[in-house]
Design a protein around this ligand. Structure first.
Ligand code: 13P
Ligand code: SF4
Length: 339
């Protein structure tokens, strides 16, 4: 663990000055895993993890899923504490759906470029400009933004939900313009798009991927719809995180170039151990840009600390929670056929 990460972990501790020095010693290796499992039992906690989490966290999770699956798991759990290993908006959604549970997140700085770029105030201004429009918002947004929305979507249910919206109303889609453009093409529905994007999915280079495909002529390119249009146009298959996983598992191809966050390759390789998986190439050869830097802020050490001290905890004003719950519930009602 880097010093920077360890310091952030310790900074998340409660009354730091009153702690015994022993409390700052974090178990290592197998002892750390055992300590987390012990805390889970002691506190009747459940560990939910997104597919983009570091592999060590994925391996220890009770439930691994995409954002829709994790929202459902959070809603349905009867554990007392949800240790949410994902980014902030996902942990917030868990709290919105299951407010009586304590929701902790290993690192509060696990944000998201999409969520950071779209505020509730921004959506209110857009509604004022298009008063008759329905606002469909990607789940990658904060509670205030959700509260201003008519319906929430995730990458796995977005197409179904957009198709279900009344034809006689204009639709504002926020915050991901790439997903929005993809949905417009797929459904034929014109939408007013918020100008936001994911820093990870925008890092893929069409030119370098084209070369990668030429170098691996039997490989299929698969892409998450947060990627830019030229990459999606080049892809053999476009789908949500779960759809990409299922595709790799079931498709006849033996090689895949994967244009989404690299963490997914861990579960993909488990499900398709004999297939060759390659992360799609990004513009900047010198950076790990296909890794979501926010998702990777969480570490086993920080998971241990957040479970031990039950901090940092996600809390929310009840009025805001109820407003944000409405569009999430609308989404869940329309997603019953989606796994
Ligand atoms: P999913 O909805 O597929 O889980 O994706 C979440 C996300 O952050 C994609 O970048
Ligand atoms: Fe947000 Fe992109 Fe990271 Fe997903 S991969 S959490 S959309 S920054």
């Amino acid at each position: 663990m880097s010093t920077e990460n360890l310091d952030t972990a310790k900074a998340n501790l409660p009354v730091r000055g009153f702690l015994n020095i022993k409390d700052l010693i974090i178990p290592q290796g197998e002892d750390l895993v055992k300590a987390i499992l012990d805390l889970k039992k002691e506190k009747n906690a459940v560990i939910l993890a997104h597919y983009y989490q570091p592999a060590a966290i994925q391996d220890i999770a009770d439930y691994l899923g995409d954002s829709l699956q994790l929202a459902r798991a959070a809603k349905d759990t009867d554990a007392d504490m949800i240790a949410f290993c994902g980014v902030h908006f996902m942990a917030e959604a868990a709290k919105i759906l299951n407010p009586t549970k304590k929701v902790v997140l290993p690192d509060t700085q696990a944000g998201c470029s999409l969520a950071d770029g779209c505020s509730g105030e921004g959506l209110r201004a857009m509604r004022a400009k298009h008063p008759n429009a329905l606002i469909a918002t990607y789940i990658n947004c904060n509670a205030e933004t959700k509260a201003e929305s008519d319906i929430i979507v995730t990458s796995s249910n977005a197409e179904t939900i957009i198709r279900s919206l009344p034809e006689d109303r204009p639709v504002i889609f926020a915050p991901d313009k790439n997903l929005g453009k993809y949905l417009m093409k797929k459904t034929g529905r014109d939408m007013i798009l918020w100008d936001g994007s994911c820093i990870v999915h925008e890092a893929f280079s069409m030119e370098r991927i084209a070369q990668q495909m030429a170098d691996h002529p039997h490989a299929k390119l698969i892409a998450h719809p947060e990627s830019e249009t030229p990459v999606l146009d080049l892809a053999h298959f476009v789908g949500s995180t779960s759809a990409l996983l299922n595709f790799v598992e079931k498709d006849d191809a033996q090689e895949f170039i994967v244009a989404t966050e690299e963490g997914i390759l861990h579960e993909m390789q488990k499900r398709a151990p004999h297939k060759k998986l390659m992360p799609a190439l990004v513009f900047d050869e010198s950076c790990n840009c296909s890794e979501c830097f926010y998702m990777k802020r969480n570490t086993l050490e920080k998971l241990y600390l957040c479970m031990k001290y039950e901090l940092p905890e996600i809390t929310m004003d009840e009025e805001l929670r109820l407003k944000a719950l409405k569009p999430i519930e609308a989404m869940l009602e329309l997603s019953t056929t989606i796994k």
